[in-house]
Design a protein around this ligand. Structure first.
Ligand code: SAM
Length: 294
C-alpha cells in the first residue's frame, strides 16, 4: 500500500478489512485522515535529520511515516496489540522506526531516549509528537512534564477544551491547576484547530494541536517545587470559594494564619485562585515554605 492511501477514509476502511481491525472507542482511536493537518503537525514538530522522535499512539502510522521521512529515528509507543502487524505493514519501508507495544503511562520514556542516544551519540533534538488518545490526554502531558522527560518539544493534538485550559490566562473559567502546571514547565504555541471531520471514526468534539516547548529555566523561582503544586492544588480545590477558604488547613495553618500570610504577600484573601498569576502562586508557595521551615 502506498503512503498516499494511509490517510484517506477509504484507507482506514481497507486496512480494517484487510487486517480484521476495528477501532476501539475506549482506546481513543480516532485516526487522522486529513493530509493538511498531518503536515501542520509534522511541520510544527520541526524535525531535523539528526533528531529522535517519540510518537505516542501511532495508530495506523500516518504521522509516523511522515516523521520517519525527516528524523534519524522514530520510536512509537502503541498500546493496541492488534495495531502492531498493521504498523509493521504500513511502515515496512522505514528502517528507522521502532514500535513498542506498551501503555505509554507505564513506559519509562527517559530510558528510551537515553538508550537511543547511547546507541547513536549523533542524535540532536528529541521531539515528542502525538495525536493523543482523549481519555488520558491530561495524564500523558503531566507524566511527560513531571517525569522530566528530556524532550526539547512536545507537539500534541488534544480536545479543544483541554487545549483551551492549557493555554488560558488568569481570570477566566478555563484557567486552572492544569494551566499553571503546564505553563510552569513550558512555553505554549497553538498550531491549529482541527474539526472533528478530519478523523475516522469521527469524535464528538473538535481538537487543537499545541506545541509545548519545555523551558530550560522554569517560569518562576521556587524554594520547593512540591509546595508550589500543593498550593496550586489547594487553591483550585473548590473553584467557587475564596483563597482564604481553600487554603485554610494548608500546612496546619488556621484561617487567621492564612489571612495574615496572604496579606503579608499582598494577595487579597477574598480573591479566587483563578485570578492568581503563576508569579503570585510562586510567591504564595515560597512564603508557605518559609513558614514551614522557620
Ligand atoms: N496517530 C494516529 C493518528 O493520528 O491517526 C492515531 C491517533 S489515536 C487518536 C490514539 C492512538 O493512541 C491509538 O492508536 C490508540 O490505540 C493509542 N493509545 C491509546 N491509549 C494508549 C496508551 N495508554 N498508550 C499508548 N498508546 C495508546
Amino acid at each position: 500500500m502506498s503512503q498516499m492511501k494511509l490517510y484517506s477514509r477509504n484507507a482506514v476502511r481497507d486496512i480494517g478489512a484487510r487486517h480484521g481491525f476495528h477501532a476501539t472507542k475506549s482506546l481513543g482511536q480516532n485516526f487522522l485522515t486529513d493530509k493538511n493537518v498531518i503536515d501542520k503537525i509534522i511541520d510544527a514538530t520541526d524535525i531535523g535529520e539528526n533528531d529522535l522522535v517519540i510518537e505516542i499512539g501511532p495508530g495506523l502510522g500516518v504521522l509516523t511515516c511522515e516523521a520517519a521521512e525527516r528524523a534519524k529515528k522514530v520510536v512509537g509507543i502503541e498500546i493496541d496489540k492488534s495495531l502492531i502487524p498493521i504498523l509493521e505493514f504500513t511502515l515496512r519501508e522505514y528502517g528507522n522506526v521502532e514500535i513498542i507495544n506498551r501503555d505509554v503511562m507505564k513506559t519509562d520514556i527517559t530510558d528510551i531516549i537515553e538508550k537511543a542516544k547511547a546507541e547513536d551519540p549523533g542524535i540532536e533534538n528529541v521531539r515528542v509528537v502525538g495525536n493523543l488518545p482523549y481519555y488520558i490526554t491530561t495524564p500523558i502531558i503531566m507524566k511527560l512534564l513531571e517525569d522530566g522527560v528530556p524532550a526539547d518539544s512536545i507537539t500534541v493534538m488534544m480536545q479543544k477544551e483541554v487545549a483551551d485550559r492549557v493555554s488560558a490566562s488568569p481570570g477566566g473559567k478555563a484557567y486552572g491547576a492544569l494551566t499553571v502546571a503546564v505553563q510552569y514547565y513550558c512555553e505554549i504555541a497553538k498550531v491549529a484547530d482541527v474539526p472533528k471531520e478530519c478523523f475516522v471514526p469521527r469524535p464528538k468534539i473538535d481538537s487543537t494541536v499545541l506545541r509545548l516547548d519545555v523551558r530550560s529555566e522554569k517560569a518562576v523561582e521556587l524554594i520547593d517545587e512540591k509546595m508550589f503544586f500543593v498550593c496550586v492544588k489547594a487553591g483550585f480545590s473548590q473553584r467557587r470559594k475564596t483563597l482564604l477558604n481553600c487554603l485554610t488547613g494548608l500546612n496546619g495553618m488556621d484561617k487567621a494564619e492564612i489571612r495574615l500570610l496572604l496579606e503579608g504577600i499582598e494577595i487579597d484573601p477574598m480573591r479566587r485562585a483563578e485570578t492568581l498569576t503563576i508569579d503570585e502562586f510562586a510567591k504564595l508557595a515560597n512564603k508557605v515554605e518559609k513558614e514551614r521551615t522557620k
